[in-house]
Design a protein around this ligand. Structure first.
Ligand SMILES: O=P(O)(O)OC[C@H]1O[C@@H](O)[C@H](O)[C@@H]1O
Length: 158
């Protein structure tokens, strides 16, 4: 798969470890940055990384900040992005199988890298249960909210 990755300074070290895992597994990475641990603002990276996923340049995204919520908060403002913060592999599996998320957000300050890599593995290898109606109904309801409240990418001028 093509995976867009990004972080801020607080997630940089974990992003590098996740990149190594994904590359070893043969995934193609689009690293939006940053490329060092200088203090920075998360939105400068999560926004373009989210666009890469929303525009189909990447199949999915994995975004890392200090605790994860910051990335999810920004990413979920973009039409077509369904981002979840996961702190354990069980949550990561459900974020895929029940909710068809296309962005995984992690907190480099709150989980160790071994656990983070397990979470990434679980999220990357779990399929959406697209034949189970209760899940598709729930996901469709979320999509309807996005249709109503978020601007589609081709409606945005600037
Ligand atoms: O290092 P500073 O800038 O204080 O905090 C950065 C982190 O704190 C939280 O808001 C976010 O998780 C962000 O990554």
């Amino acid at each position: 798969m093509k995976i867009a990755v990004c972080s801020d300074h607080a997630g940089f070290a974990l992003k590098e470890e996740i990149k190594a895992l994904l590359e070893k597994e043969g995934h193609e990475l689009i690293d939006i940055g940053p490329f060092n641990e200088e203090p920075c603002d998360l939105s400068d990276y999560v926004y373009p990384a989210s666009l890469a996923v929303a525009e189909g340049k990447a199949d999915r995204g994995i975004f890392v900040d200090g605790v994860g919520y910051g990335s999810a908060m920004i990413a979920n403002k973009i039409y077509g992005i369904y981002a979840a913060v996961c702190q354990d592999p069980f949550c990561a599996k459900l974020a895929r199988s029940h909710s068809d998320t296309n962005v995984l957000c992690l907190g480099g300050k709150i989980i160790g890298s071994a656990l983070a890599l397990e979470i990434v593995e679980a999220w990357m290898t779990t399929d959406y249960l697209k034949d189970i109606e209760k899940y598709t109904n729930r996901v469709d309801k979320v999509k309807k909210i996005a249709e109503k409240h978020l601007k589609k990418l081709d409606e945005i001028q600037d």
